[in-house]
Design a protein around this ligand. Sequence first.
Ligand code: ACO
Length: 323
Amino acid sequence: RTRSIVRGVGSYLPRRKLTNQDLEKLVETSHDWIVQRTGIEERHIAEDDETTSVLGIKAAEAALADAGLTADDIDLVICATSTPDYTFPSTATMIQTGLGMTHGAAFDLQAVCTGFVYAVSTADKFLQSGSHKRALVIGAETFSRILDWNDRTTCVLFGDGAGALVLEAQEGEGTSADRGVLTSHLRSDGRYRDKLYVDGGPGSTKTTGVLKMEGREVFKFAVGMVADVVQDAFKATGTSADELKWFVPHQANKRIITASADKLGIAPEKVVITVNKHGNTSAASIPLALDAARKDGRIQDGDLVMIEAIGGGFTWGSALIRW
Ligand code: ACO
């Protein structure tokens, strides 16, 4: 059977850093409160010229370089984002152009913070079907542009960034068939819309709007939903927490990550945490964490890696990848 193998990973963070100390000057908050409740120490904020597509292009270029490939080798571009440059055209087609591609297909996918898991799962199904050969799977976001910078309950949590994977269809038995995306599990339940949403859009205020969140409510649901989809992935593949080499969750909040790992019986040393460095970057957070753990030598070829996320909708999902 065909598997979607990871060929490369890359990421990009905007130039400007915003520390918790900087935030103390903007809203009534403190470094200690933010670190204790979220684990976040700093985040990066895009300048005007650093749009979501610009961040996505840089992450995609890094992933292609890591794979030793060029844009000519890619025939599918999927960009997970909730903060596109424009309502349309898609950010993915802008990234495609930025990479110098005029061939293949490109589209955006919107599942908020679960966007990257949805995009990996979608790309995997395209590649397995035989319709496409190599996919750039990108998570790129500029949540700083949809934050209410006077609302301390949300503005301290998020940051901007992008990350990308190159997935390649490989066929046949043997070692390559045991690698790649082994399984993925996607869920959603729209009844929870008002727990986490943006209060604007073409069908409502006709403005972009700002992010609204009932943080404590989201927290309450998050750990259980994460555990469910991760268990689904273990069941589907006959694996368990013991066999997992790395747990790479959506980087929203250190307490959610730690509580989820604990509930699943995943040892703390297997958990990859980068939220301290970039805050919650929504769909970009998993590839940012994957890139960090690959580049610092933690993720090695053959390692079993679980990714998972929960986000607005609610949406949630997992994917188990043999690197
Ligand atoms: N600085 C200082 N104090 C603050 C801040 C702040 N930035 N924000 C809120 N507070 C205050 C509140 O006003 C409240 O004060 P009060 O007790 O006088 O009313 C107090 O701190 C406690 O507020 P809670 O909201 O109860 O704090 P909690 O411990 O729940 O932490 C947090 C808040 C960090 C948002 C937490 O609920 C959380 O992490 N939720 C999950 C949110 C999340 O991760 N969402 C993203 C997932 S999906 C996605 O990625 C899009």
